[in-house]
Design a protein around this ligand. Structure first.
Ligand SMILES: Nc1ncnc2c1ncn2[C@@H]1O[C@H](COP(=O)(O)OP(=O)(O)OP(=O)(O)O)[C@@H](O)[C@H]1O
Length: 254
């Protein structure tokens, strides 16, 4: 397997993670969550991040989103350092986090009114893309789990971010809905050309979706290995190559 840990940052890359460290100070004392994380993502690249529970995946995504500050290191987008949330990054969480008092349409367009160029046709297009046009007037409690998560994805896309950060977005869904959403996400990715960073516990999901899999070590999280997945889409989970990679990663993640 190819190791890319020492890869020299490429000026053409969209996202660069430069030697990120994170230590939390809590009543329990210091918790070192991340140690020296380095990697980069190219424009339109789909990267999956896997690792054991507690290895710092969510912390890493929150730092990239600007929701958390690193103890050391930097996040760069198109060569510019960033340490606060911005419209160039959008996050999708495990649970949809919709406003219960707003319709699907209003949830998706929430906060867009100061960005007139993004409203109107754009929201209609996004709702069509995620397959929610028919329920745009519905409220979150009227949606299935899959629909609610589609609405969360639509809301993330509404600001046209450069990077879509997804933290186990399908893990609360049943297996059938999850498989459907994985397929649909690939369609959305193809249509929008977003750069996607996708955290998952599920090695199979990482292999079906991503162009490279970043494997983290157990805590404190470090980059153990970055594995390119150079296979065409749609991928067959039962193909020999995917089964071989799954076996390798299952052994490797321990
Ligand atoms: N706000 C916080 N204060 C103190 N410690 C924290 C905080 N957030 C996370 N941690 C600790 O940092 C470490 C990494 O947590 P994190 O949630 O990033 O891991 P994870 O890989 O996403 O876990 P999981 O796969 O279980 O969701 C854990 O030891 C966790 O307890």
């Amino acid at each position: 397997m190819e190791k890319s840990l020492e890869k020299i940052p490429n000026s053409a890359s969209l996202l660069q993670i430069n030697n990120i460290h994170k230590t939390y100070e809590s009543k329990r004392g210091k918790v070192e969550a991340l140690r020296g994380i380095r990697f980069e993502c190219q424009t339109k690249e789909f990267t999956a991040i896997i690792g054991q529970s507690g290895c710092g995946k969510t912390t890493l995504l929150r730092i990239i989103a600007g929701l958390e500050l690193p103890t050391a290191g930097e996040v760069e987008i198109e060569g510019r350092k960033t340490s606060a949330p911005g419209f160039d990054r959008a996050m999708v969480f495990q649970e949809p986090r919709l406003f219960p008092w707003l319709t699907v349409e209003k949830n998706v367009s929430f906060g867009l009114k100061d960005h007139a160029h993004l409203t109107g046709v754009s929201v209609e297009n996004i709702l069509r893309m995620v397959g929610l046009e028919h329920v745009k007037k519905a409220y979150p409690h009227e949606l299935s789990g899959g629909m609610a998560q589609r609405a969360a994805i639509a809301r993330a896309l509404a600001f046209h971010p450069k990077v879509l950060l997804m933290d186990e977005p399908f893990s609360a869904l049943d297996a059938q809905t999850r498989a459907k959403m994985q397929h649909e996400l690939l369609g959305i990715w193809k249509e929008t050309n977003k750069t996607i960073l996708f955290v998952t516990h599920d090695i199979g999901e990482a292999l079906l979706l991503s162009q490279k899999v970043l494997v983290m070590t157990p805590a404190p999280g470090q980059v153990k290995e970055i594995i390119p997945i150079n296979l065409p889409y749609p991928r067959d989970p039962d193909s020999g190559e995917l089964i071989r990679l799954k076996k390798y990663l299952t052994e490797h993640i321990r």
